[in-house]
Design a protein around this ligand. Structure first.
Ligand code: NAD
Length: 343
């Protein structure tokens, strides 16, 4: 059987980043022994620690390196909040590579506290425009203005992406907006979803306002399949969805464009846990699983997913957030071993 090779960027990040990325690389190393796939890792620097060294949190040589790869794994990074500080590395990479769909699965897992036992949804958030792009100015002293730009083109492509995803899943697409109040911007988004859905008659469409969507996500989380929404609504809704299935330690996100994919844990750099080998690496391992799937390595991705489920089911290795005392590296090692043991 011929082995397929993929050049993959690895940005370990900072804080707990290097620890969770190392644990995930144990799993990626194992999968390469079990499946005919080879990943050539190209490591790069990015994060707030680069600012003093390079004057930016995303050095140009890292961007150049990433341009030569098919996808990247991005560890968590610290984003300084002072006015005038650089914007987050994730936001910059989304813009450079035009990663327009932010894909955030939320699924009930064994031995992980979940609101209901059978939650399995994916939130697709438009990733390039809307309020989250942070286009703001002070029109007069004490009067701030933020621009919420919503375009037909960006709404159409994220709607199409979500419809294609729904077709591969349970064929239900919920679109979330506030078109009763934001009649122009969300009116454009809503109309784009309706029009793009015409060639997909098998997909059941559900129309929800953002306020009621946040309530329904708690009341009936198991009823959702794919949810598509605008950038800031998606940011909020996907953290809420993550919490319904166990929180930040297990939540991962994919940022997908037409030519590139960036994969990351949803959590940040958790500075208070840095260097303690304590946090849960499953969010980053899940990011790796999604990256393998994006690279077309479905068998390798499934192997990682099954190994993670098995380790959770056995419940012998669990990090503090899941009620255990295991270390980050114990969890990485346990999942890597399971990857090798599975048939
Ligand atoms: P955080 O996600 O870093 O941590 C919040 C809390 O969540 C932690 O104190 C911890 O209790 C828990 N947690 C996070 N990851 C965990 C894991 N893997 N296992 C178990 N528990 C975990 O959020 P924060 O403290 O608000 O942000 C810290 C820094 O990270 C900030 O600078 C923020 O801007 C940045 N951030 C970066 C990203 C990213 O790089 N994608 C995302 C969110 C926040």
């Amino acid at each position: 059987m011929s082995t397929r090779t993929h050049k993959t960027g690895i940005l370990p990040g900072e804080g707990i980043g290097p620890e969770v990325v190392d644990a995930s690389l144990m799993v990626l190393d194992a999968v390469q022994k079990a499946e005919p796939v080879r990943l050539e890792y190209l490591k790069g620097e990015a994060g707030s620690y680069c600012i003093q060294k390079y004057g930016t949190n995303l050095p140009p040589k890292t961007v150049e390196m990433l341009k030569g790869t098919a996808a990247c794994l991005k560890g968590p990074m610290t984003t300084p909040e002072e006015p005038g500080s650089p914007r987050s590395v994730a936001v910059t990479l989304r813009s450079i590579f035009d990663l327009y769909a932010n894909v955030r699965p939320a699924r009930s897992l064994p031995n992980v506290t979940s609101l209901k036992p059978n939650i399995d949804m994916v939130i697709v958030r438009e990733n390039t425009e809307g309020l989250y792009s942070g286009k703001e100015f002070e029109a007069a002293p004490g009067v701030g203005v933020a621009m919420r730009i919503i375009t037909r083109a960006a709404s159409e492509r994220v709607a199409k992406f979500s419809l294609e995803l729904a077709m591969k899943r349970r064929k239900k697409l919920t679109f979330v907006h506030k078109a009763n109040i934001l009649k122009i911007t969300d009116g454009i988004f809503k109309q784009a979803v309706h029009d793009m859905a015409k060639p997909y008659p098998e997909v059941e469409l559900e129309d929800l306002h953002i306020d009621i969507a946040t309530a329904q996500l708690i009341k009936r989380p198991e009823s959702f399949d794919v949810i598509v929404t605008t950038n800031l609504f998606g940011d909020i809704l996907s953290d809420e969805a993550a919490q319904t299935v166990g929180g930040l330690g297990v939540a991962a996100g994919a940022n997908i464009g037409d030519r590139y994919g960036m994969f990351e844990p949803v959590h940040g750099s958790a500075p208070k846990y840095t260097g303690q080998n304590k946090v849960n690496p499953i969010a980053t391992i899940e990011a790796v699983r999604m990256m393998l799937e994006y690279l077309g390595e479905k068998k390798a991705a499934d192997r990682v997913g099954k190994a993670t489920l098995k380790v959770l089911e056995e419940g012998k290795v669990l990090t503090y957030d899941l009620g255990g005392t295991s270390k980050t590296s114990d969890m990485g090692k346990a999942i890597a071993e399971k990857v090798l043991q599975l048939n």
